[in-house]
Design a protein around this ligand. Structure first.
Ligand code: COS
Length: 380
């Protein structure tokens, strides 16, 4: 067993840390307040290779391991969880899905643009009545021979307005239930495709979350991913890896809040001394750090499982379940350590507290993670 990171891992982590401090920190409060998408920053992250980290270098990807990816996710999320969710969706849902299951032609046409940041991707599974219950897709994809016709609505889609390419899950044959579901690559400018309302959110307000409307959208057959009926498994496999990325995001939000609380407690004085000298505060820091360290081990273990070709459904679900709870607990305590200042935007911790909540909801709620974990435990 080796808990050390390689020189390369450390370099990637430091590059992400530097980028977050120099490029994401300025303007992060303004982007949150005005729900402003970090267009310039995303472009730069594409240039740095953060948008297609694990994808095949033949298609512009970084060919890196999942450990590198979670290190980057943690560092970006310490400062700006809105930017990191854009990175997460593009890497683990869109690029990974295409790289692993796409045809050479699909990779050539779409992946090469998505890995470099020339284009952004979105993953479209959730619907008004199918978030957790992912088999109940109401969006239909009717087979018309050489193409499909897509009709329906998707909800809460990250990168919904800013994406160029959309991986869309839809029902082709209702009788076959989950075996009748397909996944498609849809381009933004196709007839009948419309970006709907932008959500006004509690947190990750710099990322854009939209509903999407498909009204007789013609999708060529070559844009289907995998064999007929592979869509549900495609979504499940892709989300399994996505959960590792969100677990790393939760870890980053927690680490960022902890570091702010620690530093603040060393300068803020009460009762004649810095507040870190009061056990009430020092013990909070001890709890935060202990829980963050445990979460980091779980995130790393799930990333390592994926890199080793081991099954990561359970370890990813456990990492997300645990790290997202730690993110909630730590951010609430970080606000508490800051006292009145914690409730004020310029101290950052209130934003991190708001951002933390979504990590218990998207890419499978905590309750869904418990289904995945308990089924994994009981299946043999
Ligand atoms: N990898 C590969 N296949 C998987 C899988 C995975 N991780 N998870 C499930 N499957 C397969 C099953 O093996 C089964 O295939 P077979 O019929 O060939 O055996 C099929 O998918 C259906 O699985 P299951 O019966 O477990 O489906 P359920 O309807 O019970 O749903 C849960 C399972 C709840 C785990 C699934 O619907 C889920 O993950 N929901 C949450 C989705 C989500 O994350 N939504 C958020 C939107 S994205 S922000």
């Amino acid at each position: 067993m080796d808990f050390g990171l390689t020189e390369e891992h450390l370099m990637i982590r430091d590059a992400a840390r530097d980028f977050a401090r120099t490029e994401l920190l300025p303007g992060v409060i303004e982007r949150d307040t005005h729900q402003k998408f970090p267009t310039e920053q995303v472009k730069k992250m594409g240039e740095l290779g953060f948008l297609g980290m694990m994808a095949d270098p033949q298609y512009g990807g970084g060919g890196m391991d999942t450990i590198s990816y979670v290190l980057v996710m943690e560092e970006l999320s310490k400062i700006d969880a809105s930017a990191s969710v854009i990175v997460s969706v593009n890497n683990s849902l869109v690029c990974w899905g295409l790289d692993t299951y796409g045809t050479d032609a699909q990779k050539e046409k779409y992946l090469t643009k998505l890995t470099t940041g020339e284009s952004i991707g979105a993953f479209c599974l959730s619907e008004p009545e199918a978030g957790s219950d992912a088999t109940s897709q109401k969006t239909t994809a009717i087979d018309k021979g050489d193409h499909y016709v897509l009709n329906g609505t998707k909800n809460w889609i990250t990168n919904g307005g800013s994406a160029d390419f959309y991986l869309v899950i839809a029902q082709t044959d209702k009788e076959k239930k989950h075996k009748g579901i397909n996944a498609f690559i849809v381009e933004k400018n196709w007839d009948g495709f419309e970006v709907g309302v932008k959500e006004d959110k509690l947190g990750i307000r710099g990322s854009d979350t939209h509903s999407l409307i498909f009204n007789d959208v013609k999708v060529p057959k070559e844009n289907r991913i995998g064999e007929d009926g592979f869509g549900f498994k495609f979504a499940m496999k892709t989300l399994s890896g996505g959960r590792i990325g969100i677990a790393a995001q939760a870890l980053g939000i927690a680490s960022g809040a902890y570091e702010l609380a620690r530093d603040y407690s060393k300068v803020r004085k009460a009762f004649g001394t810095e507040i870190c000298n009061h056990q009430a505060i020092a013990f909070k820091l001890a709890d935060m750090h202990t829980n963050i360290t445990a979460a980091r081990h779980m995130v790393m273990k799930s990333a390592w499982d994926k890199d080793q070709g081991r099954n990561y459904d359970m370890s990813g679900a456990m990492a997300k379940l645990y790290a997202s709870q730690v993110a909630m607990d730590v951010t609430v305590e970080a606000v508490q350590v800051h006292g009145g200042n914690g409730y004020v935007k310029e101290y950052h911790v209130e934003r991190l507290m708001r951002d933390a909540k979504i990590t218990q909801i998207y890419e499978g709620t905590s309750e869904i993670q418990k289904i995945v974990i308990s089924r994994g435990l009981l299946k043999d």
